[in-house]
Each structure stands twice: as C-alpha cells, then as structure tokens.
Design a protein around this ligand. Structure first.
Ligand code: PMP
Length: 419
C-alpha cells in the first residue's frame, strides 16, 4: 500500500487547492500590498528603473541621483577597459556558449578567469558558474546530506539557507560571530554526524562587519569540520591586493575548504565561483549539477570579470579610495550620531532606525533629494533592526559622501524629534 498510503496521509493534513496560480492567497496578498503602496504617497523602492551604469551616481527618470544602492564597489561596471573586453569577447565567441561547458567546451577566457580567481584568493584552482546564489544553493547539497550537520552564522545570506535546506543536512544557526557558542555546539553535536560544515561570510551584507575567521579555523580544526566562506562582498574589497578576508586577516587560504564568491559585486559581472584545493575543484567540474547540467557563464560575463580583476591589479588606488571612503563614511556617520551598529570601515554601512516605517520614510525623503539608498525592513530583518543600507564605491567623492551623511542625519533626527 506504500505510495497510496502516503498520499492518503498527505490529504488528511492539507486542504486541496484546485484554483489556478493567480488565485492563490499568497499571490493575491502580494498584489494587494503593491496596489495599496502605489495608492499611498510612498515611493516604492523596488524594481526602480535606472537608465545608466549605477556607480557613484545613477540616472532615474532622467535625473541624476547619488547612488548607494548597488554593489559596484570598485566602480568597474562600466569602466572603458571592462566594456572593451566584453565587446571583444562577444565579437570572438558570440553571445552564448549555447550549452554546458563539460560537453560544448571551455572558451580560453573561462580558463583564464578560473586561474585568475584562484591566484587572487590564493587557492590552487577555481570553477566559475552562472550565478552566485545558485552556487551556494548547489554546492552545499552536493557535499552534505542527511547524515551531516551544517553550522551557519545567524546572519547568513538566503542562498546559504537555500543550500542547507536542499541538502537535507541538520542545520544549526549560531549567534552572529559567537565562536564560543559555535565551539560548544560542535562539542555537543559533532559526534552524531558524518560530516560537519561551518558556513560564514567575509563581509556580512546586512551589518557590514567581518567574520572572525582565525577563531573559526581554530574551532573547525579542533572538531574536524569543514569551512565555507562566502566572499560575495569581501572579494576585491578586503586584503592588501583585494584577495579577500584571508588576506585581510592573515589566514592561510588553504585552511578554508570552500572559498565561494560572486562576480556580481566588485567584479563588475554576474556569476559565482568556488575556489579551493585542485582535486576538490576537479571533482566539482564533474559533479556540481549547476555546472554540469547548466549552460556556461556567457563570454560577456566571463570577460567582464577577467578584465575587472586585471583592472584591480593595474589600478590598486581604487582599493585605497574604497577604504578611505568607507572609513570616512563610518566616522562621519558616528560623528552625526547615527546608529551604524558594528560597521567597521568596509563599504557596507547600515544606518539602523529600529522601525520599518521609519526606514521607508527616510529612504523616501532621501529619494526626493535624489539619493538612492535601500531600506531593509521586516521580514528581511526584525522590525527593531530595520535600517537603511549604504553601499559605497571607490568612485564616490568626499563631497558626495558628506552630502548623503548630512541629509540622512537631518532626516533621521527629524523623525526622532517628531516621535
Ligand atoms: N552571497 C551573499 C552574501 C550575497 O549577498 C549575495 C547577493 N547579494 C549572494 C551570495 C548571491 O550572489 P549573486 O547576487 O551574485 O547571485
């Protein structure tokens, strides 16, 4: 009676929904919320049309805005050398590789990019995929399953959650950067599982702070656990040469089992990578489903990332400017009495308002003053942690940063006075 019995039990628990997708309550709820927001005076901050490259400034509805809402950290998405490299790649290889690389083959720029990323992060080899989110969502289920346990920082990105969920591994969230808690959790649980993985991030994209990677390495080796670091926001940003968190904190990159990153931020492109030991990367080339069964990253995206890394090497002053801007913004925000939580001088800076309506209100006020910055509200964070999140680039001028800080401070303190 196997499958039939199961189906019967299933229908006991659920009420059948027989309507079409457009009538589902969750679909209707979204439609209603957007309709209500459009009727109010609130400018919806989502899916705004930008008509230019978003760097220090962006164009919205024909007007120039100061931009703090994209991750173009090194200002390279639109750099003439990067754009020229993309044109050349499209001229040579066309717009698509038209199949997965395992069968239709690599282009020389795929091999060059994978070598270049490996050398940037200090790993033996790397492999590149079409998307950063998909990279996390597919690498964890490849290596971990229901005999395994994954420990992750409480502030982990959605893509990490999706990967863990798909893997079927037992999930344990440890409080943000609380490595003593992680150590205790591993001591209690490690023996019950085949493999253990610890996942953290180079720069946390909500709080703009760094993982305590040296402590994580010590704890991982003590308990026989693997380490995965998501460097989406730290590659090309941290370290003397932009090599990421290992370079910044003096950690030997070979201690990190899975060095993951995205091409969509400092690297002016779109895609994800995994770097690590050569045999491990070789294994991925033959087993990672999102590589083996998915079309190759396009020539354009490959060439953009490759050219961005070359530009990072030939123009290290971009990295210095990014650092100076980040420090200036953090110091300026604190001096104006803004709550920036743990922000530590990297180009992600939250301004915590503690209320979702206030975050939307301040973002709207700034929008009217032609400053584009994203509000992060419940349920992305709890209501008491609702915030604006500023992404800085090497290309912002000090005057632009000061203008944004002055107007933000005026709007935030205005709300506080009115309350
Ligand atoms: N990891 C982190 C920490 C991220 O912030 C993001 C996206 N912002 C991703 C992974 C997904 O990368 P991508 O947008 O390149 O798909």
């Amino acid at each position: 009676s196997g499958p039939v019995g199961k189906a019967e039990r299933f229908s006991d628990a659920a009420t059948p929904e027989t309507g079409r997708l457009t009538t589902l309550p969750d679909v209707q709820e979204t439609v209603d919320k957007i309709r209500a927001a459009k009727k109010s005076r609130v400018q919806l901050p989502y899916y705004v049309e930008h008509q230019s490259v978003a760097a220090a400034t962006t164009t919205i509805a024909g007007e120039e805005f100061l931009s703090f809402s994209s991750y173009n950290y090194l200002g390279l998405a639109g750099h003439p050398h990067v754009v020229a490299a993309v044109h050349a790649a499209v001229d040579t290889y066309g717009t698509s590789c038209s199949a997965a690389r395992i069968l239709s083959g690599n282009r020389p720029i795929h091999n060059e990019l994978e070598r270049s990323i490996a050398s940037l992060v200090g790993a033996e080899d790397s492999v590149v995929l079409v998307g950063g989110h998909g990279t996390n969502a597919s690498i964890i289920p490849l290596l971990y399953g229901n005999s395994d346990v994954v420990f992750h920082d409480a502030l982990s990105h959605d893509s990490i959650h999706q990967g863990i969920k798909a893997s079927g591994a037992v999930r344990h969230s440890f409080p943000h950067n609380d490595i003593d808690q992680l150590d205790r959790a591993l001591a209690a649980r490690r023996k019950h599982f085949r493999r253990a993985l610890i996942v953290t991030e180079g720069i946390f994209s909500m709080d703009g702070d760094l993982a305590d990677l040296p402590a994580i390495v010590r704890v991982a080796r003590k308990h026989g656990a693997h380490i995965m670091v998501d460097e989406a926001h730290s590659i090309g940003v941290l370290g003397a040469t932009g090599g990421g968190i290992c370079e910044e904190l003096g950690v030997d990159p070979s201690e990190i089992d899975i060095l993951m990153g995205t091409l969509s931020k400092s690297m002016a492109s779109c895609g994800g990578y995994i770097a690590g030991g050569a045999p491990f990367i070789q294994h991925l080339r033959y087993s990672l489903s999102s590589l083996v069964f998915s079309a190759a990253i396009t020539p354009a995206n490959t060439a953009a990332a490759l050219a961005a890394i070359e530009q990072l090497r030939s123009e290290p002053e971009r990295l210095h400017r990014l650092r100076e801007n980040s420090l200036h913004f953090v110091e300026g925000a604190r001096a104006r009495g803004l709550n920036i939580g743990n922000a530590c001088g990297v180009p992600v800076v939250p301004v915590i308002l503690g209320d979702s309506d206030a975050a939307i209100g301040v973002a709207n006020t700034l929008y009217r003053q032609r400053i584009s910055v994203n509000p992060i509200i419940y349920p992305a964070v709890s209501n008491d942690l609702a915030r604006l999140r500023f992404f800085l680039t090497s290309e912002h001028t000090i005057q632009q940063l000061d203008r944004a800080l002055d107007l933000t401070s005026e709007a935030v303190h205005g709300i506080a006075r009115a309350a």
